[in-house]
Write a protein that binds this ligand. Sequence first.
Ligand code: AMP
Length: 204
Amino acid sequence: MKILLLGPQGCGKGTIGDMLAERMGIPHVSSGEMLRAIPENDPNYKVANDYMSRGELVPQDIVAALLKERFSRDDCKNGFILEGWGRCRLDLELFDPVFDKVIVLNISRDTSIKRISGRRLCDSDGKVYNIYTLPKEELENCQGNLIQRADDTEEAVNRRLDIYYSDTQEVIDDFKLQEKVLEIDAEPLPDEIFSNVLSALGLQ
Ligand code: AMP
């Protein structure tokens, strides 16, 4: 099954994508992760990082090329969970894998800003924490330094949210016409959201 995960920043696409991928035995692919993993000596490194740090969309032909290469690999032949693509109609004009289902994780704009301002990454293993919601013991056991993503500033988050509520909303409306959209309330904790996602997909 080919699943697209959409939702405003901080809705839990990364967390739910990982949980779903494990449960369904298919890969979880994130365009944002792929862009952040571009090595410094790659010709696209500087341009991608300039756009990302401003909270703007990286030129879509760069992202489409990364995704096409990723999906040509063997582990994607039975499907995948994609997160980060379909931010605007142009994305799907450049690359449309023909999704079976589109899961939209809904949270308020206030929740987005709160969750993103508390988001921290471990610079050693890349694990994502939230200083407001994650249990203290887990944070204390973290082996690395906690860093904030360069595009998690309030200004960049607001710019990304503006794109979501204009351009991505148009994409969601298109998928609604195709009856592919499953809307999930993503305000609760991850286990509850995940259980609701599984029910919506008919997997529990
Ligand atoms: P994310 O990890 O999904 O929050 O994405 C972080 C940043 O990567 C975005 O703000 C964009 O600058 C860039 N990005 C991720 N996916 C795309 C995409 N499909 N098209 C263009 N830029 C993207």
